[in-house]
Design a binder for this molecule. Structure first.
Ligand SMILES: [Fe+2]
Length: 255
């Protein structure tokens, strides 16, 4: 199994999930996956990875959200809190379909752990340096594209609402104090603290502090995601201050 085989399997596997209006949510995840696979190459190339390393990273990216399809089929939501951990579900799918078994055991371990940890608050420190590196790489590429998905959506949401993308969160409500404080202190925000859509947007802005590699931060800046997120939130002094702080952080990282 090389990357092309895996991508072909992915296309085949995802081709018959959902019909009608629900198909749009499936397509969203298919397109997200393709962009994560291409972003991971862009970031990895700039980091100087070898061809073999890039291939491995691309396979992990191609498979990282494979659980999303079964999750949507079973539960009709992408909200893990209301259904199941989509990373764990994805690993079950890969095991059942025997997708990784022809790969060398070290590669299997890297792919499995990258998927397992891609949606967790952090990657356990006791993983080997190599596993840790690939986990960080996938988390960066994934976040970079989630910034695209959500900011594209926030810009058109007044025309075309998608409750699934909003994780069925209530639309209105002030940013919760605990979310505000966490982002201000550059701490990762636990998803369980999210009470409304504004909390979710601020959590996403706080992801900038979680980006691991300079090329990711550079791409994040070039693509203008921070201003788009800021525009989607109510204009409040406290929030403006946080966004200013995030901008300063990015500039300092890119020096
Ligand atoms: Fe993803």
């Amino acid at each position: 199994m090389n990357y092309i085989d895996i991508r072909n399997w992915f296309n085949e596997y995802t081709s018959d999930f959902a019909e009608g209006a629900d198909r749009q949510n499936i397509i969203l995840k298919i397109e997200h996956t393709q962009r994560v696979a291409s972003d991971i190459i862009e970031i990895g190339t700039e980091l100087g990875l070898t061809r073999t390393q890039l291939d491995l990273a691309k396979i992990a990216a191609q498979l990282h959200d494979i659980g999303r399809f079964e999750q949507y089929r079973r539960y009709g939501t992408f909200n893990d809190g209301k259904s199941t951990d989509h990373a764990v579900l994805g690993l079950e799918v890969l095991q059942e379909k025997k997708i990784l078994q022809e790969l060398p055991p070290e590669s299997q371990e890297i792919i499995i752990k990258s998927i397992k940890y891609h949606n967790k608050l952090s990657v356990p420190q006791d993983e080997s340096q190599e596993v840790f590196f690939y986990c960080k790489l996938l988390r960066d590429a994934d976040k970079l594209d989630i910034f695209k998905v959500v900011t594209d959506y926030y810009a058109i949401r007044h025309l075309d609402r998608n409750e699934t993308l909003e994780l069925d969160l209530p639309e209105n409500g002030d940013v919760s104090v605990v979310v505000f404080e966490s982002v201000k202190n550059r701490e990762p925000v636990d998803f369980k603290l999210i009470k409304n859509l504004n909390d979710f947007k601020l959590l996403q802005a706080g992801w900038v502090f979680e980006l691991n590699f300079i090329p990711t931060i550079r791409l994040f800046k070039e693509r203008g995601y921070l201003s788009k997120l800021e525009k989607s939130l109510p204009s409040e002094e406290g929030l403006a201050e946080i966004f200013q702080m995030i901008r300063a952080y990015i500039e300092q990282k890119l020096l």
